[in-house]
Design a binder for this molecule. Structure first.
Ligand SMILES: *[C@@H]1O[C@H](CO)[C@@H](O)[C@H](O)[C@H]1NC(C)=O
Ligand SMILES: *[C@@H]1O[C@H](CO)[C@@H](O)[C@H](O)[C@H]1NC(C)=O
Ligand SMILES: *[C@@H]1O[C@H](CO)[C@@H](O)[C@H](O)[C@H]1NC(C)=O
Ligand SMILES: *[C@@H]1O[C@H](CO)[C@@H](O)[C@H](O)[C@H]1NC(C)=O
Ligand SMILES: *[C@@H]1O[C@H](CO)[C@@H](O)[C@H](O)[C@H]1NC(C)=O
Ligand SMILES: *[C@@H]1O[C@H](CO)[C@@H](O)[C@H](O)[C@H]1NC(C)=O
Ligand SMILES: *[C@@H]1O[C@H](CO)[C@@H](O)[C@H](O)[C@H]1NC(C)=O
Ligand SMILES: *[C@@H]1O[C@H](CO)[C@@H](O)[C@H](O)[C@H]1NC(C)=O
Ligand SMILES: *[C@@H]1O[C@H](CO)[C@@H](O)[C@H](O)[C@H]1NC(C)=O
Ligand SMILES: *[C@@H]1O[C@H](CO)[C@@H](O)[C@H](O)[C@H]1NC(C)=O
Ligand SMILES: *[C@@H]1O[C@H](CO)[C@@H](O)[C@H](O)[C@H]1NC(C)=O
Ligand SMILES: *[C@@H]1O[C@H](CO)[C@@H](O)[C@H](O)[C@H]1NC(C)=O
Length: 417
């Protein structure tokens, strides 16, 4: 009975509203004067699970419209809890330091609520925790260094909060971590080079912070990584050659930074790469010819940088859906292989619809084979040095004058000309 009352306290409403307001969880409303009938056992309550001894080990109230705080929850009396899932509710207030009493916790998900204040150092006591989800709240302050004590952690998701300060180096002690999501905070300072010790990482998302230093080359040690996101981070310096070792990568997004220098040639060996977004940087030099080997590419975005040289033969895989290369300093001819992205479009609904080659220095004739590109809807070849006949395909014939202007000497039967 004591347990039961204490558990109900979880539901304490602000301004002293009684727990009976919990209309979405009817089984939590006690029958009056009921003291110990089997029905009243909290093990039968919605969202509560017990072990064979009748101890509560799991609490799952996800998406239950609960509006309340954890302020008066008697953590010390639920020492057997292993799973807490309170995601997608309207919990607010701080996450109490007493949560550190729940030493058997394996899984803690408080995501998508309105928790505020800082993450308490006592969280470091939860040394059996494998999953910690605190994303989509209003948490601020720094990530406590004590988080580095959660040695069993496999997945850490702190994204979309207002966490600030540098990433604590202790975080890099969590050797079993496979997924680390830090994006959408105000983290600052440098990425600890020791991040390269997290060799079990499969996904690393750090984008949308303010980490205005170079990318450490030690990240090249993360050989299991399949997704690396660090866009919109004010990052400068070059992409370290070490990144070229991450051959399992399926996605690499470094767009909207201030990266300079060339891209590692070995990116052309990333045969699993599906997404490469390097838009809006100051990257220069050639695009490696080896990019022609990237047969799984779906998105290739390298616009608004300073790439020069020839465009490689792309599209051997015919899977490209998003391709942007405008606003660079590319020279030479438009490669015939670009047609491969497009001629397949009738067969492959998902193929490239838009080809924007504007603002480069491409020269010569537009390959006549582009007339096969029936699936393409929009083309923009403006501001190059192209000449000769415009291919007789819908996209070219319907192109606006703006999409064709600024070239050397184009001619053809185009509506807008
Ligand atoms: C928590 O308990 C204290 C007294 O123990 C009480 O004053 C306070 O109102 C309770 N908080 C909430 C949110 O009900
Ligand atoms: C909580 O319950 C939901 C559905 O009711 C389920 O999808 C989810 O896996 C549960 N979470 C845990 C940690 O048991
Ligand atoms: C939660 O309840 C409090 C007090 O009843 C109320 O002020 C607040 O707006 C509610 N929050 C949400 C998200 O409904
Ligand atoms: C965190 O937010 C609270 C309000 O929720 C505020 O009082 C506190 O000053 C903030 N702390 C930091 C470090 O920004
Ligand atoms: C890390 O993972 C390995 C393999 O799954 C496991 O044997 C080990 O106990 C884990 N370490 C910790 C601290 O949980
Ligand atoms: C980039 O980050 C800033 C804050 O750091 C944010 O306001 C902006 O929306 C982000 N932009 C994108 C495209 O993610
Ligand atoms: C990690 O990367 C650094 C720099 O790229 C390198 O010097 C070091 O040997 C690597 N460590 C391991 C364990 O591979
Ligand atoms: C790049 O650096 C310049 C000055 O060095 C700065 O004004 C600009 O905001 C930076 N851009 C990004 C996306 O960080
Ligand atoms: C790639 O990055 C650019 C620049 O931030 C952004 O506008 C675009 O949506 C991204 N493209 C994809 C397909 O993610
Ligand atoms: C091509 O890119 C330029 C530069 O960003 C842009 O102004 C133009 O609208 C784009 N063309 C199309 C067809 O999207
Ligand atoms: C181009 O114009 C023709 C004739 O007006 C029209 O049938 C066709 O749908 C247009 N194609 C595109 C891709 O807009
Ligand atoms: C230009 O195209 C229009 C419509 O497709 C056609 O009627 C006309 O004969 C063509 N003119 C020339 C010179 O090919």
């Amino acid at each position: 009975m004591l347990l039961l009352l204490l558990l109900k306290k979880l539901m304490l409403y602000s301004h002293g509203k009684p727990p009976s307001k919990v209309r979405t969880i009817p089984s939590w409303v006690l029958p009056p004067h009921d003291s110990g009938s089997t029905n009243a056992s909290p093990c039968n309550w919605f969202g509560v699970s017990c072990n064979l001894d009748g101890s509560i080990i799991r609490l799952n109230l996800t998406s239950s419209s609960v509006n309340g705080t954890l302020d008066n929850f008697s953590f010390s009396l639920f020492s057997n809890l292993a799973y807490i899932e309170l995601s997608i509710n309207k919990f607010f207030g701080v996450i109490p330091p007493l949560i550190g009493f729940l030493s058997k916790l394996i899984y803690l998900d408080l995501s998508t609520n309105q928790f505020s204040g800082s993450i308490q150092p006592k969280i470091g006591l939860l040394t059996n925790l494998e999953t910690l989800h605190l994303f989509n709240n209003n948490l601020n302050g720094s990530i406590p260094p004590e988080i580095g004590q959660l040695k069993s952690l496999i997945e850490l998701a702190l994204y979309t909060n207002s966490l600030s300060s540098p990433i604590p180096t202790s975080l890099t002690n969590l050797r079993n971590l496979t997924r680390l999501y830090l994006y959408g905070n105000d983290l600052s300072g440098f990425i600890p080079p020791e991040m390269g010790n997290l060799v079990n990482l499969v996904e690393l998302y750090m984008d949308g912070n303010n980490l205005p230093r170079t990318i450490p080359s030690t990240l090249g040690n993360l050989s299991n990584l399949i997704m690396l996101q660090s866009f919109n981070n004010s990052q400068s310096g070059s992409i370290p050659q070490g990144i070229g070792q991450l051959k399992s990568l399926q996605g690499l997004t470094f767009q909207t930074n201030n990266l300079t220098g060339s891209i590692p040639t070995s990116l052309g060996d990333f045969t699993n790469l599906e997404i490469l977004n390097l838009s809006s940087n100051r990257l220069s030099s050639r695009i490696p010819q080896e990019f022609g080997n990237l047969k799984k590419l779906i998105e290739l975005l390298m616009d608004e940088s300073q790439f020069s040289g020839n465009l490689p033969e792309l599209c051997q895989g015919g899977k490209l859906q998003y391709f942007a290369i405008h606003h660079n300093q590319l020279t030479g001819k438009i490669p015939k292989s670009l047609r491969n992205c497009l001629s397949l479009a009738t067969a492959r609904f998902e193929s490239l619809e838009k080809l924007n080659l504007s603002h480069n220095k491409l020269s010569g004739l537009i390959p006549k084979s582009f007339e096969d590109m029936r699936g393409m809807a929009y083309v923009d070849i403006s501001y190059n040095e192209l000449q000769g006949p415009i291919p007789m395909s819908n996209a070219f014939m319907n192109a606006s004058i703006e999409a064709l202007q600024g070239n050397k000497d184009l001619c053809g039967n185009v509506t807008s000309l």
